[in-house]
Design a protein around this ligand. Structure first.
Ligand SMILES: O=C(O)CCC(=O)C(=O)O
Length: 277
């Protein structure tokens, strides 16, 4: 994570990682979704929460179970959970040994409703926080929304209130419902293959989808290695565990205590210095 990226993430609570996936990876993910399109579950218009500005003609689509799909369709999603273009950002925010909390695909057809703006740092949630301490950022749940189709300016989809990950006061209801101060929100244009990295405690949601094409976003949710909001089912390994690479197994794992490597190194340096006299 470059110094500029750190600055932008700290200030905004999100960052667009451009070109996180290659064109081949985007194509493989889209082919896999096309193959499983019949499994997309359209929600019963339950996300706008009565907002007049977020309501739509249809619900958003949800598609799950992607890591269990038959080969080759599961492979690109398994690669995505520990992708070399994404892992360094997660290590910066969550520390080494971060773990996957859950994942799924969001689809939206033209006219699909938005999602009311949730989270936002108040009330404070011990698993979904953001703070800066001893020269580095610390995040609770952190998400990577990998875009599989282009999102143009004004087309809707993921949106947030930049900076709200640091909020201290409760958010007024009409702002959460996108009925006041809309000018403060950011809708995030992106190209297929870009990934939106965001702190879950950033107030975020979605605007109704205006694009002619289907919106497709893979959302991978992570937390630090010691935290679990869910257990990927249970503490038992998922049935496909043996098929995963070592790196994939490490993120699809039960929460456990992990030493902070920096601290270990400091101790080792002190001991080495004393040994030299
Ligand atoms: O990208 C979206 O549609 C919003 C997703 C969202 O708010 C969430 O998953 O919590």
């Amino acid at each position: 994570m470059t110094e500029t990226e750190k600055y932008l993430f700290d200030v905004h609570g999100y960052l667009v990682i451009k070109g996180a996936l290659s064109a081949e990876e985007v194509a493989a993910a889209n082919a896999a979704i096309d193959h499983h399109a019949a499994k997309i579950q359209i929600r019963p218009n339950d996300l706008a929460h009565g907002s007049k500005t977020l309501e739509g003609k249809t619900g958003r689509g949800d598609l799950g179970g992607i890591l269990t799909w038959e080969k080759p369709h599961c492979e690109v999603f398994r690669q995505m959970v520990v992708h070399p273009n994404i892992t360094p950002y997660l290590e910066e925010l969550l520390g080494p040994g971060f773990r996957l909390e859950g994942l799924g695909i969001i689809t939206m057809e033209k006219g699909a409703e938005g999602f009311w703006f949730h989270e936002g740092g108040t009330p404070y949630d011990r698993s979904r926080f953001y703070h800066y301490h001893n020269g580095r950022m610390y995040c609770g749940m952190t998400n990577v929304a990998v875009q599989l189709t282009d999102v143009g300016p004004g087309e809707g989809g993921f949106a947030c209130l930049p900076g709200s990950h640091k909020a201290n006061y409760a958010c007024p209801g009409e702002i959460r419902l996108y009925e006041a101060h809309q000018e403060c929100f950011a809708q995030i244009p992106a190209k297929a293959g870009d990934a939106i990295l965001f702190a879950e405690c950033l107030m975020h949601g979605a605007l109704p989808w205006e694009g002619k094409h289907q919106r497709r976003s893979v959302i991978n949710r992570y937390n630090s290695g010691v935290v679990a909001e869910g257990l990927m089912g249970t503490y038992t390994q998922p049935p496909f565990y043996a098929e995963l690479t070592e790196a994939q197994q490490a993120v699809i794992s039960a929460p456990r205590y992990r030493h902070e490597f920096a601290k270990d190194e400091e101790v080792r340096t002190t001991i080495a210095a004393r040994a030299k006299g």
